[in-house]
Write a protein that binds this ligand. Structure first.
Ligand code: FAD
Length: 320
């Protein structure tokens, strides 16, 4: 028995190490500009088509339509990496506007997610804000909600600042708060009444600003979810974690929180079984649908997050 116990502990250690190495490996691949540029020429490869809804707005709309038929609603994200100049940021802004117009024209049940770095945040904050205003003007006219994704900690203050300025004019805009950050609880309380997507957090942050321990992150995640729900604010719980989802279902039942005050969100191609089950149970479930020729970095980050997803890549490799 003792030998089996020892073997199990060693095996766990080896698996944790492999997990860590593959995380670092895929994160570094995701930042490789040469591979990213190459990938634009390949088209969707390596199994990416299972988690990215094609290169064009038309292919994305087709995917959204199919998800809508299953009772799922969507939010779409035009993938973009390495925006280096104002011209590229303007192009991204225009694609967001075209996407909004196509959503309205085709009447799919879908809203828009955007990343401020794609709209020029790292180049010039005021310029980025003016691009957001252009997007919000169209979204407001077409009555479509816009969610500002949260990027790494170094961009958090600017993101919340731009959100606050936008909310003076538009109510159909919200953002994301990451539970791994120590400041998550105070940020959520500042944002009472704002529609928030709450997530565990996807970036590799320093322990000075973020919890590193999975249990601590889960604890803080449930805490901020309950905090926002109890304030009566609209809450999107974006996770594939069955344990968290069950806790939220339980909490909302006990506290008589209506299903119309919250929704679950998951990424396109992940836990499709669970997505459809939640719909059948009467919960609004939104699928985050990425599209566009810049699929490579997004796909590598998903592999880094959960190396088990490599099976997607292998299947894709064999199929191509
Ligand atoms: C819709 C959406 C939007 C997001 N937006 C942002 C954002 O703006 N900013 C940001 O920093 N992060 C964002 N994220 C990413 C998020 O922060 C997490 O990094 C990511 O969701 C992984 O954490 P998790 O909660 O899904 O569960 P994890 O902690 O990765 O997994 C917990 C458990 O869930 C189960 N599980 C997880 N994935 C799977 C799977 N594919 N198949 C089977 N079981 C699985 C397993 O049991 C696993 O042990 C977003 C995530 C989603 C779903």
């Amino acid at each position: 028995m003792e030998i089996v116990g020892e073997f199990y502990i060693k095996l766990k250690g080896v698996l944790a190490m492999i997990n860590k190495i593959s995380k670092v490996f895929f994160m570094s691949l995701s930042k490789n500009n040469v591979l990213n540029n190459g990938a634009k020429k390949w088209g969707l490869r390596l199994g990416a088509s299972q988690v990215v809804a094609g290169i064009t707005i038309q292919s994305m709309i087709e995917t959204v339509r199919k998800l809508n038929e299953k009772g799922l609603v969507c939010t779409v994200d035009h993938l973009g990496e390495f925006v280096m100049n104002k011209e590229e940021a303007t192009q991204s802004t225009n694609i967001c506007i075209q996407t909004l117009e196509e959503i309205a024209k085709t009447k799919v049940k879908c809203n828009l997610s955007v990343k401020l770095t794609q709209l020029g945040l790292d180049i010039d904050k005021e310029f980025c804000f003016s691009n957001m205003i252009k997007i919000m003007e169209v979204a407001h006219r077409l009555d479509i909600f816009v969610r500002i994704d949260m990027e790494d900690y170094s961009r958090k203050e600017d993101t919340l600042d731009i959100l606050a300025k936008l909310r003076k004019h538009y109510s159909n805009v919200g953002t994301v708060i990451q539970a791994y950050l120590h400041c998550a609880e105070s940020d959520v309380s500042e944002l009472e009444g704002v529609s928030l997507r709450l997530v565990k957090g996807a970036y590799n942050e320093s322990e000075k600003v973020a919890f590193k321990d999975k249990e601590e992150i889960n604890k803080n995640y449930l805490k901020i979810i309950e905090q926002h729900l109890m304030k009566g604010s609209y809450t999107a719980i974006a996770t594939h974690d069955h344990y968290i989802i069950e806790k939220v279902k339980e909490f909302t039942k006990v506290n008589k929180i209506s299903n119309s005050q919250f929704e679950f969100q998951m990424l396109y191609g992940f836990r499709t079984d669970l997505q459809e089950k939640l719909v059948k149970e009467g919960y609004t479930t939104r699928v985050y649908v990425p599209f566009g020729k810049d699929w490579y970095g997004y796909f590598m980050r998903r592999l880094a997050e959960r190396p088990q997803n490599i099976s997607f890549a292998l299947k894709g490799f064999i199929l191509k």
